[in-house]
Design a protein around this ligand. Structure first.
Ligand SMILES: Cc1cc2nc3c(=O)[nH]c(=O)nc-3n(C[C@H](O)[C@H](O)[C@H](O)COP(=O)(O)OP(=O)(O)OC[C@H]3O[C@@H](n4cnc5c(N)ncnc54)[C@H](O)[C@@H]3O)c2cc1C
Length: 661
């Protein structure tokens, strides 16, 4: 291994350098508890600066002492290690330093027997889990006497139910019953507020480079995606597909021999089980123990331009990231306050299926859940102010999905101009009175889901104290580098973007790690963000829409391949299309919409092509296995190549073929 370039930390030190050096140095120095001062105080898990200098020279990582000290200071400023007592430069002296990974990062409180306190210690399972014929469960030890004195969170605030074995396992990861916050470090390289995708990626990535990182979460690690968003919704959608396939079985010559019934409780239990299975990835324990992030459970609030307070504890930062996401936006519908309704925060808590479900809003969340619940057996009516579902999408694509949902039995009420709801004593059923085209009509449902968009979480954060500009509707103002009006503070994810997707929060966080800690110049506008709605069929999109190009006077040509002409789609019974827009007269791809069973997977091929500057002509030369739905893309490439044959060229080909045969 060679020493990093001597141009100075900013130019020469990147993630790989610091990670490689950090790993190497840890192997070379002796990390042990050391005593210092009078009376002597023990400093745990530290190494000596002069030992590190010697090791760097002996291993030819540094040319001489100056070089070794310089490397040491670069690692220090990147947050790989810190002086154990105070902010202190790295020196060739008997000074103690500690790797960030060896610091106290917080932990789940332990019971007398040494095992971690769990939610399940407090709460018996509510729902049944299927018992194996022979129980292998050993007798459980008596409960710890002290547990009764532990603080118990208000479960309504946690908002996850039922508290069965799966949800208690989820909460053990996402919000440990008793979490002991670490002693805050003097100063953090990065303080991250919010542990949804944006916050988790930002803190894991920064800690991976050696930075000293604090992550603050008030509610559930994993944020919306894990707890009340992508993960539970996609788990339900999988079951809904199974139900639809079973109902449709006779189309494939399969005789079920009786009516299909959906065990909704089992569907929801599967979802809870799988969500709990995924949860350890995002857990407080993993982030503190494995990734070396200081995890604080509590509500964060800025108290100045460089400090954050969490439950009375002050965290001082060089840089901070706001990743507080958003929550369901509830419109001011008359009567709603006195009526029971669900949002994405509560719908996944259901254990019994509403017979009739009203869904207000036909964006991605409303549409996905409306179809899923209809397939489970609810009678679903979806209401929208717009004249189509998924109104941001290509209208042809939305029509295909709408037709599929109507076939499932979903009813749509479009162009709603007024809506009010009532219920008796705040109990179901709920009466929904809507106005459209000058008339009123009334619908009665047993449950109401409000899916009318998301609102950024900006209140109570002390943004004014931090000098961070924001807007209650659009969220935190950021520049291209995702920097807020306070240049030390960055914002990522739903709180700072119109593209409210997990993968967007993820990539914004990656940008911020580079820009905040490594003087990077990554620009958010350079991202190409595809997305998908997971109805059946799915609708996926990347790049520009036709209507947008028309408005921007961009000349383009559209190539469409109907899946009715694609062998695999025909065999699968898949319907939809692939539509690709190219700049007029060229094969440069400007945008694409795919409607297909797995459109969300297929769109990546177009995203790759667009990122790599690969045109349609090149896609035609990529061999796609037969039979696959992705062949539709290659066939569009062929169609483009056909257009390049001028009548003159075609005439020449014809002549050549007649001569040579
Ligand atoms: C039903 C549904 C389905 C979805 N499906 C998909 C999908 O299939 N694909 C996709 O890409 N996206 C999907 N999304 C969107 C996706 O969930 C979000 O884009 C993503 O979660 C945004 O991540 P984030 O980190 O910005 O915020 P969040 O995940 O919202 O996390 C923010 C975190 O900050 C915490 N917080 C807030 N304020 C404070 C404070 N003051 N102090 C401490 N902590 C605080 C919150 O408790 C929360 O945990 C879906 C969303 C929903 C609701």
């Amino acid at each position: 291994m060679t020493a990093p370039d001597r141009g100075g930390p900013q130019e020469s030190f990147n993630f790989d350098d610091s990670q490689m050096l950090s790993t190497r140095l840890r192997d070379l120095v002796e990390i042990t508890d050391r005593k210092y001062g009078f009376p002597p105080k023990t400093y745990s898990r530290c190494f000596v600066g002069s030992d590190a200098v010697r090791a760097l020279i002996d291993e030819n990582i540094a040319a001489d002492e100056d070089d070794a000290v310089r490397i040491g200071n670069m690692l220090l400023s990147a947050g790989v290690f810190h002086h154990v007592v105070k902010e202190h430069p790295f020196k060739n002296e008997r000074l103690f330093y500690r790797f960030a990974a060896d610091e106290d990062h917080g932990q789940t409180a332990k019971k007398a027997d040494g095992t971690p306190v769990s939610w399940s210690d407090f709460l018996a399972p509510v729902t049944e889990i299927r018992e194996p014929a022979l129980s292998l469960q050993p007798a459980i030890p008596e409960r710890d006497q002290d547990l009764g004195n532990f603080h118990q969170d208000d479960l309504d605030t946690i908002g996850i139910s039922p508290l069965d074995v799966h949800n208690t396992a989820l909460l053990d990861c996402a919000h440990p019953k008793v979490w002991v916050n670490p002693t805050p470090k003097k100063k953090y390289n990065l303080v991250v507020i919010g542990a949804g995708t944006g916050g988790l990626v930002a803190s894991a990535g920064a800690a991976g480079t050696g930075a000293r990182v604090a992550l603050v979460e008030s509610h559930l690690l994993g944020g919306d995606c894990l707890n009340v968003g992508c993960v539970p919704s996609k788990a339900l959608i999988r079951c809904a597909r199974a139900a639809a396939a079973a109902r449709d079985a006779s189309t494939y010559g399969i005789n079920i021999g009786g009516p299909i019934s959906v065990d909704f409780a089992a569907v929801m239990e599967r979802m809870r089980r799988l969500r709990a299975h995924i949860a350890p990835n995002d857990s407080a324990e993993r982030f503190s123990r494995e990734l070396g992030v200081d995890v604080f459970m509590g509500r964060a609030r800025f108290t100045s331009e460089s400090t954050v307070e969490v439950d009375g504890t002050t965290l001082v930062f060089s840089k901070a990231v706001i990743a507080t996401g958003g929550t369901a936006a509830i419109p001011p519908i008359p009567g709603l306050d006195d009526t029971p309704y669900l949002t994405n925060a509560t719908v996944f808590n259901l254990t019994s299926l509403p017979k009739r479900l009203g869904v207000i809003g036909t964006g991605p969340i409303g549409t996905e859940l409306a179809q899923a619940f209809q397939r489970f057996g609810s009678d679903v009516t979806a209401f929208s102010r717009e004249g189509q579902i998924l109104f941001r999408e290509d209208a042809d694509a939305a029509k295909v999905v709408e037709a599929s949902m109507r076939r499932d039995g979903v009813r749509f009420v479009f162009n709603v101009t007024g809506i009010r709801v009532t219920s008796v004593n705040g109990q179901p059923p709920v009466k929904i009175v809507i106005e459209r085209e000058g008339t009123e009509e009334s619908h009665e449902v047993d449950a109401l889901l409000v899916a009318t968009g998301r609102k950024p979480s900006v209140t109570g954060l002390g943004l004014e104290a931090a000098g961070v500009m924001f807007d209650a509707r659009s969220g935190i103002d950021v520049n291209e580098k995702l920097q807020t009006s306070n240049p030390r503070i960055f914002a990522v994810g739903d709180v700072a973007s119109r593209y409210q997707f997990t993968h967007m929060a993820d990539f914004m966080a990656r940008i911020v790690i580079r820009n905040a800690l490594f003087l990077g110049r990554d620009r958010v506008s350079s991202l190409l963000v595809p997305w998908s709605t997971y109805t059946e069929p799915e609708v996926a999109h990347v790049g520009l829409y036709a209507k947008e190009m028309a408005a921007r006077h961009i000349e383009f040509t559209t190539y469409t391949r109907d899946l009715a002409d694609v062998d695999r789609a025909v065999l699968e019974g898949d319907n939809g299309f692939v539509k690709i827009h190219v700049r007029k007269g060229t094969d440069e791809i400007l945008g694409a919409t795919i409607v297909a069973g797995h459109a969300g997977d297929l769109i990546s091929e177009i995203s790759v092509a667009m990122r790599a500057g690969m045109g349609l002509g090149t896609l035609a030369r990529v061999i796609h296995p037969y039979p696959t739905t992705a062949e539709a893309i290659q066939q569009i490439g062929d169609a483009y190549n056909q257009t390049r044959l001028t009548p003159f060229a075609k005439g020449l080909f014809r002549k050549w073929l007649s001569w040579s045969h």
